[in-house]
Ligand binder design. Sequence first.
Ligand SMILES: [Ca+2]
Length: 443
Amino acid sequence: MTTFNVSNTTQFNAALASAKGGDSIILAAGNYGSAYLQNKNFSSNVTIKSASSTNKAHFDYVLVNNSSNMRFEGLDVGHALAPGEADYNYMMRVQSSTGIKMVGMSIHGSLDNNPANDGCGLYVTGSSNVQLMGTQFRDLYRGSYFEKDTNVTVSANNYQMIRMDGINVGKIDGIVIDKNVFSNFHPIAGDHADAIQFWQVNQTDGSSNITITNNTVMQGAGTGTQGIFISDPNAVGYKNVLIQNNLLYGNDQYHGISVAGGHGVQIIGNSVLSNSTDGKVYWIQLTAGDNFTVKDNISDKIMVMPGVTGVALSHNVDLSQTPSMASQIPNLNAPQSPTDLIIANYGYHVPGTTSVSSTPVSTVLSADLGSSTNTATSAQTVKTSVADVSGVATQVSEPLPTYSQVFSAPATTTNTSTASSGGQVYGGHSFHSLHFDHFTAMA
Ligand SMILES: [Ca+2]
């Protein structure tokens, strides 16, 4: 095990050239420019780490290509867009790689509290066994995008001051999205902002084994976003999906949790809420697919659209049906933190505080959900522990950072150049042209 202490690009490149599995490269604070890490295959982790957690070593751009077993820790990655640089360019790319870990990173655009002038954060494609944890995304068009990957963990990351989407997922087999925090988004007119969005446009295969747990989406000082939006299914769709114990709070939006083309989907114990005077209902909606379990949720509204089959609905609060339940919510109209939105017996709870069965999520995920035409069985509807996602609990040893720990300077509470809560144009998704028309299903 060798530790290389480096303080400039020449030393960094030399250390990389001689590093072996188990070695560490410790970077003094400074600007290391752009890194192109290709064909770096190590037998075990090589750690590339900032010496200081408060004065991070900076890269303008990082590419990891055709490589394996690297752990990036505490690096600052990003840049303001150059004149003429496209806003779909990413600050960091991981492609055709395996065993890549990114921990405690800061990935950002120009830190001027305006995500309308920024590129995208992290793109991971064609890769396996990827972990993204404890990383801050800020001042970005999009936060992170995973496409054609297997076995991905996205945990305890913080998405703030984002223009469009926090997490995007294309074709995937095996992803855990757990304990991430989303707040203070600033879409501009024409954007279709989601905290978490899955789609399958132009993908030749479906997605499977998706776990979305313990995430919180608070509107904060920004514009309300859609929450967990699983859309645009191809013929295969989304198989084996667990959406549990997420808190979604946003105004001026409809899609809190929306699933189209799911096969074997559990939606359990989520809170999907908006201000009582909001003109739009923030809903849980099932659009196409089969074998759904929906229980223990509280939402403005819960809707199962025609054609969806095999739905087991139980023990939910639909505030459009029982508006009196809203009075149990501590501070529905001006929540300062997730605890202002927690009630007993339904919806989101702080992870680890619920009294539920001991069946771990991993057990449910590994259960055979049967053919896509089966209806939900009692075994699938057992309420599961939300604090014991296999593999994640041991990886995250510290609590979520507070906002002040994440960013030394607070985000502006108003952003007149980009805030447009009343002016979004729906259906004009610019990222791909075949986007599902969200409102056709309402007709
Ligand atoms: Ca910016």
